[in-house]
Design a protein around this ligand. Structure first.
Ligand SMILES: CC(C)(COP(=O)(O)OP(=O)(O)OC[C@H]1O[C@@H](n2cnc3c(N)ncnc32)[C@H](O)[C@@H]1OP(=O)(O)O)[C@@H](O)C(=O)NCCC(=O)NCCS
Length: 400
């Protein structure tokens, strides 16, 4: 068999993430405009890209209605000023939407059908609250296909605490606090801002400009977290401090065949090694990234110890800890979410997969000692998604 074509992640950008709700910075901003803004930012940053060579634009959203419906990949492409010859589509795999767009467009590139593609996601959870207008088939409950617990993500996180009593509230609180502190440290160094596309905002107070993630709480302390309510269960263990907050935001990335990138002078930030998805019991959906990562590692011929940076979506602290515990990784291992994660930055569902990639790509640049990185996330109704990436800056001298 001929050697398979390689796919590279050329670039990725995102809007700053906003707190969902009436007081959030994007309360007066359309969901599709967030995606358009991210797409325009991506194009502006890559002037060597011949726009008519883009084979497809895939944009994920979990709730595809209203200003977040109407085949976002196509509508955002037109609104962003791409040539009308460039097609687009929308896709849903809940939290792993953008990750799924990325992996499937990558597969099209590997198969030689596409040369260049745009992959991203958007979720305006303020305008499209989690589960609004969802109409789960009554058979799910009537036939006990899943427990009602499986339909509320916070309750699935409580279930993880039940299943693994060693994952205590104290460990989850510490993880949540460190996420906040690590994000602030990355902000202080200017690492996060490098990939943010500012967005003009409008509110009763007039025009504004979103330049930073809005939900951060750098002052978080263990004492402060200890006193928070447990919204998902009376006397539970999951709090707002150990959950990803409800978030508005969009992400966008540029993928290409390694040969096409070379031809066009587009410098790769990451090379795709493998990807996999897997299903688990919906009641403990947070465990999903464990089997998806095992599958992706197997396909790559790697083991967990080959991974030098883990970018794990922090849907909930306990959910990340169930992953790290499974693989024997310490709660505060410096390889895990070195710049913090979704608990502090926010988790605009379908958009988050690309946020993990953006953050990994930027770290690869700074860490030529690291060869492989993992982006992984859990997905509602019991799934996990994992993508393994190779660092093109790897100097082959030290580390993994
Ligand atoms: C957990 C959740 C219900 C909290 O929602 P909320 O109550 O609107 O959140 P808030 O930001 O208002 O925080 C609640 C309280 O905790 C406090 N708080 C939150 N984070 C804190 C922190 N790190 N340190 C100290 N206090 C904190 C807030 O100040 C607020 O206090 P108040 O009630 O005195 O005003 C919501 O974020 C949620 O549903 N998250 C999960 C989303 C989800 O399921 N995503 C999909 C994953 S698969």
């Amino acid at each position: 068999m001929a050697a398979m074509r390689k796919v590279v992640f050329v670039d990725g950008v995102r809007t700053p993430f906003g707190r969902a709700g009436d007081k959030g910075m994007y309360a007066g901003t359309r969901a599709d405009d967030l995606a358009v803004k991210a797409l325009q930012g991506l194009i502006a940053r890559n002037p060597n890209l011949p726009l008519d060579r883009i084979d497809d634009v895939g944009i994920a959203a979990t709730t595809q209605q209203g200003d977040q419906g109407l085949t976002l990949g196509r509508t955002a492409a037109i609104l962003a000023g791409l040539p009308q010859t460039v097609p687009g589509f929308a896709l849903d795999r809940m939290c792993a939407g953008a990750m799924t767009v990325t992996s499937f467009l990558s597969a099209a590139i590997i198969a030689g059908q596409y040369d260049i593609a745009v992959a991203g996601g958007v979720e305006h959870m303020g305008r499209h609250p989690l589960g609004l207008d969802a109409d789960p088939n009554p058979r799910f409950i009537a036939e006990k296909l899943v427990s009602p617990d499986a339909l509320n993500m916070g309750v699935t996180a409580e279930r993880l605490h039940d299943r693994f009593p060693q994952l205590t509230k104290e460990r989850a609180d510490r993880f949540g606090m460190l996420s906040q502190h690590k994000v602030q440290a990355a902000y202080d160094r200017g690492d996060i801002q490098a990939d943010l596309i500012p967005v003009a905002t409008r509110s009763a107070a007039g025009w504004g400009l979103a330049t930073e993630d809005e939900g951060r709480r750098p002052e978080t302390s263990m004492e402060g977290l200890a006193g928070l309510k447990t919204p998902f269960r009376p006397h539970g263990r999951v709090t707002a401090g150990t959950s990803s907050p409800l978030t508005d935001g969009a992400t966008m990335s540029l993928l290409a065949g390694a040969d096409t990138a070379k031809e066009l002078g587009l410098a790769p930030k990451m090379r795709l090694v493998s990807f996999a998805y897997a299903g688990v019991q919906p009641e403990v959906m947070g465990l999903g990234p464990v089997p998806s990562t095992e599958k992706a590692l197997k396909k790559a011929g790697l083991t967990i110890s080959d991974i030098g940076i883990f970018e794990l979506n922090e849907a909930f602290a306990v959910q990340v800890l169930s992953f790290t515990d499974h693989f024997g990784i310490a709660d505060d291992d410096p390889r895990v979410n070195p710049w913090g994660g979704a608990i502090a930055l926010g988790h605009p569902l379908a958009a988050s997969g690309t946020r993990l990639m953006i953050q990994l790509a930027r770290q690869f640049e700074q860490r030529p000692d690291v060869r492989f990185g993992l982006t992984a996330m859990c997905v509602g109704l019991g799934q996990g998604g994992s993508m393994i990436w190779e660092n093109p800056h790897y100097n082959g001298k030290k580390g993994k």
